[in-house]
Design a protein around this ligand. Sequence first.
Ligand SMILES: [Fe+2]
Ligand SMILES: [Fe+2]
Length: 151
Amino acid sequence: MCDDCDCRELAPIGELSSEHERISDLATRLRDAITSGSPDRTDALGALQAALGPHLAKEEAGLFAQLEGRPGFVWYLEQLNGDHARARSSLLSPDAAELAALEVLAALDELAEHIQSEEYDLFPASRLIFDDLAWAKVAAAHDAANTAATR
Ligand SMILES: [Fe+2]
Ligand SMILES: [Fe+2]
């Protein structure tokens, strides 16, 4: 996870990376349940949804909001937001439990690619371009998201 730079030292990046690790573990649990036909599939999906929904919202209110309008990042931000929209319409949809196994597995592949992109492109890029004010806004957005999640 981004070991070649010190971006994890920044608290918001470290927080998102920890969430990525948890989400990836839950995604693996869901994948294993699907491929083995285990009854754990429903619980695994619920656990992934509980972690993924707040994570997407936190990124959008934090890093994504600070990338908004920056020259050179319009295309990339569109890709990231598109990934989030697809996750919401598949893994996070109200009828996600009814999706065919292949659809869920494809959505999990997309999610894994999205996380890789954030770890290796978004996080290092943010480290390079955000100033202290931008990081303060990201941290405030994370605090608000964490407060909302515990209500
Ligand atoms: Fe994301
Ligand atoms: Fe993420």
